[in-house]
Design a protein. Structure first.
Length: 305
């Protein structure tokens, strides 16, 4: 596949400085033509982003509120059938593992040369096309112990840290404010389209850093436990994750296992004193029988980092 056949879309909020030092700097070092890069800025910050990024040859578009709103804006903007590569705005590079099998304690993370980024993305498009997949992604954790030189194909879960997909268009809107990248995998799979995940590749990112489309979740939820005495403090993202997980399980019961909440812990906070704190981190598991694993060595041509 020609590298000129895909475009890059980056949703961003409150990271005008870091996006230039991180994702855009990585793309520049990789030799990606700025004319192929599209930044979707929060409506309240569109002017600032445009003033700084447009002179660099980068297209800046007015996005929408919230991360799922941003992703919907991206799908509405590009023509159906376009090959879109979405990226977080705080990426500093790709990493891979030096071990073919997972659970190897000797495994070490290896940085992928930034100059190879275009080649790697081209390869992922080629593999996904050969396997009849409409979406590809990378491993969600930069942990070589769990990574392996394999691909997962079928209902393969991946995050939108870096996620390529054939644009389904504006009629395929995402509905949950978090876990929206998982929803996209489920949506495409439910329509008969397969997804692919490269288990040997991860991204270096700081998705809990300052700013970001999820940083608007600021309302703390305090409630009483069933005993009437225990104070329960829920992180705002925890509340959204629990609702999103329940909705996705209800919508796709044949694809989603029972969601798993993160472990709560007692802690002392100002004003409220001792509380039972529920952090973010709900796990949404896809049913394993809906995907298969293939070795990277079974795919030709093999990627060379």
């Amino acid at each position: 596949m020609s590298s000129g056949s895909w475009i890059i879309a980056i949703p961003s909020f409150d990271r005008l400085e870091s996006i230039q030092k991180k994702t855009l700097a990585v793309l520049k070092e990789a030799g990606i033509d700025p004319g192929r890069i599209n930044v979707f800025a929060d409506p309240s910050q569109h002017t600032k982003y445009e003033q700084q990024l447009k002179p660099l040859g980068i297209s800046v578009h007015r996005g929408d509120k919230g991360i799922h709103g941003q992703r919907n804006a991206i799908m509405r903007h590009f023509k159906p059938g376009s090959r879109v590569v979405e990226m977080d705005d705080d990426i500093t590079g790709f990493t891979t593992t030096d071990c073919a099998e997972r659970n190897d304690r000797k495994a070490v993370s290896v940085l992928v040369p930034k100059g190879n980024m275009e080649q790697v993305i081209d390869h992922l498009w080629e593999v996904s096309e050969r396997r009849g997949c409409a979406l590809w992604g990378v491993y969600s954790m930069m942990n070589p112990f769990f990574m392996s030189h394999t691909y997962t194909v079928g209902l393969a879960k991946s995050t939108a840290q870096v996620q390529g997909y054939i644009n389904p268009g504006g009629e395929s809107m995402l509905t949950v404010p978090v876990m929206e990248d998982y929803e996209r995998c489920l949506l495409l799979y439910s329509r008969g389209q397969r997804c692919l995940r490269a288990n040997y590749l991860a991204v270096k990112t700081q998705n809990r850093g300052r700013g970001g489309c999820a940083s608007a979740f600021t309302t703390v939820h305090l409630e009483k436990g069933v005993d009437g005495r225990t104070k329960i403090l829920r992180h705002p993202r925890n509340v959204l994750e629990s609702k999103a997980a329940a909705k996705l399980q209800e919508t796709y019961p044949s694809c989603v296992q029972t969601p798993m909440p993160p472990k709560a812990a007692k802690m002392t906070v100002p004003i409220h004193g001792e509380v039972l704190y529920h952090p973010p981190g709900w796990r949404l598991l896809f049913k394993r029988q809906l995907s298969t694993t293939i070795r990277a060595t079974d795919v030709r041509p093999a990627t060379k980092f």
